[in-house]
Design a protein around this ligand. Structure first.
Ligand code: PEP
Ligand code: MN
Length: 288
């Protein structure tokens, strides 16, 4: 095989870790979250607040995103905050609220796990475990989560290369959990106009190199509400299998990431556009 360092293809087969490598499953993997297929023809929308704050906040937001066409409800109960003095999440109480929101709306639920000691608890409430950007290379956490039978949403580290990202995913698969979805959520660059730089290149690069589904988080990827719909559309056009987005029933009152959270009405309008983009690339949005 050629060893041309400029070619992505030449980098592919020899160096990518075995279990995540595209060559090990060229047909691609479909990950099922409570029966919702991610990685097939349908695009799956995950939406909800950054953090679970109260029963009312969660349920109202959940109802509106479900009405707009989301099928998986997001919401952090354990929050990785830059400052130890910021709202850290409601913990188990938040997980109980997510469980009730699932019963009310029929949506599946994804929530973050930050620590090996939380894995069992989060796994007993959520339908999908989220491993956040800051923990992408928390190897003990990856090993512990990889031992569960829950699907895992592994977000890209904000300073991780694609190689490092694929190796992190390999940790999960090497423990026996093959139900892994990757999520591009923006990387650190010199650019300061946006919170992060959403690396849309990562979508086709990952699609070429791994069989795992790839979704995009344009909320953290931009950090700016008004940019989210545009980058959501771009992500679908570039081949993403789904989107993860922050929506809050009252973003101005949010305890976390309000400025990048969509108003419910904006979410609904954006979804109309996303349906058209999906159709243009031969796909459709999954509906519950
Ligand atoms: C989140 O999705 O709630 C989150 C904290 O994102 P990230 O880990 O990508 O910063
Ligand atoms: Mn957030």
């Amino acid at each position: 095989m050629a060893t041309d360092a400029c070619s992505i293809d030449s980098k592919t087969t020899s160096k990518d870790p075995e279990l995540v490598s595209k060559s090990s499953r060229p047909e691609g993997t479909i990950v099922y979250v409570n029966g919702i297929p991610i990685g097939g023809r349908e695009i799956v929308i995950m939406a909800g607040p950054c953090a679970v704050e109260s029963e009312e906040q969660l349920n109202q937001t959940a109802r509106s995103v479900r009405a707009g066409g989301a099928s998986i409800l997001r919401g952090g109960a354990f929050k990785p905050r830059t400052s130890p003095y910021s709202f850290q999440g409601l913990g188990k109480e938040g997980l109980e609220m997510l469980q009730r929101a699932r019963e009310i709306t029929g949506m599946a639920v994804v929530s973050e796990v930050m620590d090996t000691r939380q894995v069992e608890t989060v796994a007993s409430y959520a339908d999908m475990l989220q491993i956040g950007s800051r923990n992408m290379q928390n190897f003990p956490l990856l090993k512990e989560a990889g031992l569960t039978s829950k699907p895992i949403l592994l977000k890209r580290g904000m300073m991780a290369t694609i190689d490092e990202y694929l190796h992190a995913a390999e940790y999960l698969l090497s423990q026996g959990n093959t139900q892994v979805v990757l999520c591009e959520r923006g990387i650190r660059t010199f650019e300061s106009s946006t919170r992060f730089t959403l690396d849309l290149n990562a979508i086709p690069v990952l699609k070429q190199r791994t069989h795992l589904p790839v979704i995009v988080d344009p909320s953290h990827g931009t950090g700016i509400r008004s940019l989210v719909p545009t980058m959501a559309k771009a992500s679908i056009a570039a081949g993403a299998d789904g989107l993860l987005m922050e929506v809050h029933y009252r973003p101005e009152e949010a305890l976390c990431d309000g400025s990048q959270s969509l108003f419910p009405e904006e979410f609904g309008l954006m979804m109309e556009d996303l349906k058209k983009i999906a159709m243009a690339v031969g796909r459709s949005i999954h509906v519950l």
